[in-house]
Design a binder for this molecule. Sequence first.
Ligand SMILES: [Mn+2]
Length: 377
Amino acid sequence: MDGVDKIHIFVLLSYRLVYSFQNFCGILRKKYFVSDLMNRFDPNGAGVSNGNYFGLPYTLEESDIVVVSVPWDVTTSYMSGTSGGPRAIIDASPQIELFDPEVEKAWSVKIATFPIDHNICRLNEKTRKVAEEVIGALERGIPQEQTSDKAAEVNAASEVMNGYVYGITSDLLSKGKKIALVGGEHSVPFGYIRALAEKYSTFGILHIDAHADLRKAYERFEYSHASIMYNVLDKIPQVTGICQVAVRDFCEAEHRIMKEDGRVQAFTAAELDSLEFTGSCWDNICDRIISTLPENVYISFDIDGLDPKLCPNTGTPVPGGLSYGKVSYLFSKLRRSGKNLIGFDLCEVAPGENNEWDANVGARLLFKLCLYLQTDK
Ligand SMILES: [Mn+2]
């Protein structure tokens, strides 16, 4: 049994233990503390910093929505740091008003925080160093055979992470929870989408991103952040379509898939601009985007789909992108469209060194999407 296998078993066992322990604590907390907390909870007061997303006091057991963190940035190719996204968003939570004009008593929506798994953090740190060696060798033109073992080690670790995400999310789905997944780089939702595919026989993905993420095994990493949609199309047949919005950085092979694979519908940033420059309004464009989606919709939201002024520290920023107002309007229209939002991920939020701006933006959009997940029909 090699090191990765041992870590795999350890991670799978440990998340089950953590969940059971959380449940046990949850029962105690509910019995003795939560009613008191909720009596004292002031939705109009300053934000609370209690280690949970949005400072909300709900336990896993009583929650309707669970936010699962995956602090993973092993295959990030440009700037690392997205593994710090979940912690940064939690730390930025006191900035969030627990109010939404479209959702009554937004603060009472029962959103719980799944604890961050330290084994995944350790596996991430260890494997990131190995991945850096593989990327460095590629950049220096060293023959691939010389780093085959290292590339294989990265791929094996990514499978451990996928198994971890799949295990948690399928367990939570079987308990009737809805799930918000927070990355980490954009490779992290694969296990979650696989778990959803066991619950929903067909669904579509609204994919907001600067990149098409349709590369096959980018930089030799099968589960690269740049390959998530390729892997979904390749391995999860329940996903009947992917609607890409604001994509503006892709290679020729990806462009061919976007044009030729009937499951992919792309609204590139250039096409969105062209529609607006020739008189279409954003309301009509949102209708066109939403009309490509089937009844069941999953949102895969890479924060770099936004204008980089809203996410300057993200792993691979690209000029252009959606404004905060446009993406909020799109989500609001999707909610009102009657489609069934089955889940979502928010990835690639990376903390800045001296400010929490990226996390502040991410926390606001995370809260909005959680509310829509809850209030969906
Ligand atoms: Mn992406």
